[in-house]
Design a binder for this molecule. Structure first.
Ligand SMILES: NC(=O)c1ccc[n+]([C@@H]2O[C@H](COP(=O)([O-])OP(=O)(O)OC[C@H]3O[C@@H](n4cnc5c(N)ncnc54)[C@H](O)[C@@H]3O)[C@@H](O)[C@H]2O)c1
Length: 366
């Protein structure tokens, strides 16, 4: 019986708290090292979560006990850190988006294949109770044949609350690249790969003003569309309408509805791990609530699924291939919004098997 997989967390910023809190409670993994460019930050996180060692990225990659690197750096560093980890013979879990562009993502996956290691990628919200319950209901035929999806994400934008929001309005971000992975990975889990997309993009203003924190009142430039309305066709025949907007005084997000021949299913927020579902069958006057079943363990669940899959020689669910496909879909949406007309999507991925209702990262697998 092998011991737990050794993990190094690289990137000890905002989101590392959620990962460290969860992964230090999952018995199939053991966090051995925290690394960051900012060594003090790495040391602080290691101390806060009882991780035995901290230090530089190089030290993390030289650690003989580390089998898998959890890369929680900023998107601009995802490829560089991932490539270095693979070169050191480690499996890699990346935060989203996989990389800044498709070529870098493809190179990362090619390098992993050549070195015999795996790449997994956020969001692992698709493994949460909410979306997995949706997947099981659809597979059981609860809505008949799935036909279409409608997703809505709209609001005034993160400059209202984020103290340093400039990067969220720079190339590689905007509502499409920052939040698109949640919606597109959810539809990927339910429908499989996309075959083509079309989109329009708008920008309500070329500048925004920081709304909170010490720099409140500072104006900055907007480099990306802040309203993106997209159409997607799926290889299996379904169609989807997706809205990603930070040009809306009205806030409404986490809206995902899947319509089939017999019913419409309202899926919980794809940026969460839990939440009730609702179904409305042909002839119903109102929705029927269906509580989600299964564990909602939070960020790091995908790392546990990956570790178990490596040990069992099976595919892991939140795969690098799905993340690369989602990145290609977002890039194609961006191109279509700039040029008009449909854009093909060439990459594909094996649709992951649903998780068993009993799946539980808090209990050791064997
Ligand atoms: N903050 C959130 O709520 C949130 C939610 C979901 C996903 N994410 C994703 O998580 C990732 C990190 O986001 P965050 O909010 O934690 O960012 P952050 O800026 O708070 O933290 C990033 C950390 O990475 C370190 N870093 C940057 N480049 C590095 C490098 N080359 N080597 C080592 N360390 C490096 C930085 O010093 C910093 O400590 C992003 O991909 C983001 O999309 C964030």
């Amino acid at each position: 019986m092998p011991g737990p997989f050794g993990i190094a967390v690289i990137g000890c910023g905002n989101i590392s708290k959620q990962y460290l809190k969860n992964m230090t409670q999952f018995p199939d993994v053991t966090v051995l090292f925290c690394a960051d460019l900012d060594l003090e930050r790495a040391e602080k996180q290691a101390a806060a979560y009882g991780v035995p060692e901290s230090g530089s990225v190089r030290q993390a990659l030289e650690h003989p006990g580390v089998d898998l690197v959890v890369n929680l750096t900023i998107p601009a560093a995802h490829a560089e850190v991932g490539v270095a980890a693979i070169a050191a013979g480690k499996h890699v879990w990346n935060e989203k988006p996989l990389t800044l562009n498709v070529a870098a993502g493809q190179a990362l996956l090619d390098q992993a294949r050549a070195n015999g290691v795996r790449v997994g990628c956020a969001p692992d919200t698709v493994l949460g109770a909410g979306i997995q319950s949706a997947r099981r209901l659809i597979d059981e035929g609860a809505i008949g044949a799935p036909l279409s999806a409608l997703t809505l994400l709209q609001g005034p934008g993160p400059q209202t609350w984020h103290p340093d929001p400039e990067f969220l309005f720079a190339v590689g971000a905007g509502p499409l690249f920052d939040l698109g992975p949640y919606y597109l990975s959810t539809l990927g889990t339910l429908f499989g790969p996309v075959s083509r997309v079309a989109a329009v993009g708008r920008r309500a203003s070329d500048t925004r003003t920081i709304g909170s924190g010490p720099r409140a009142g500072t104006e900055f430039g907007v480099d990306v569309p802040t309203y993106v309305a997209a159409l997607a066709e799926y290889e299996a025949g379904q169609a989807a309408q997706l809205l990603f907007s930070w040009d809306s005084p009205l806030s409404r997000d986490g809206f995902v509805e899947i319509t089939g021949t017999e019913a419409t299913l309202a899926v919980p927020d794809p940026n969460g791990f839990d939440g009730d579902l609702k179904i409305r069958r042909a002839g119903d006057d109102d929705w029927t609530v269906i509580p989600a079943t299964g564990v909602a363990a939070g960020r790091g669940s995908g790392v546990v699924d990956m570790v178990r899959a490596i040990r069992n020689g099976e595919p892991h669910r939140a795969s690098g291939e799905m993340a690369l496909h989602v990145l290609e879909v977002m890039s194609a949406i961006e191109r279509s919004a700039a040029a008009s007309g449909f854009e093909p999507v060439a990459s594909t991925f094996g649709t992951p098997a649903p998780l068993d209702e009993q799946w539980n990262p808090y209990v050791a697998a064997n």
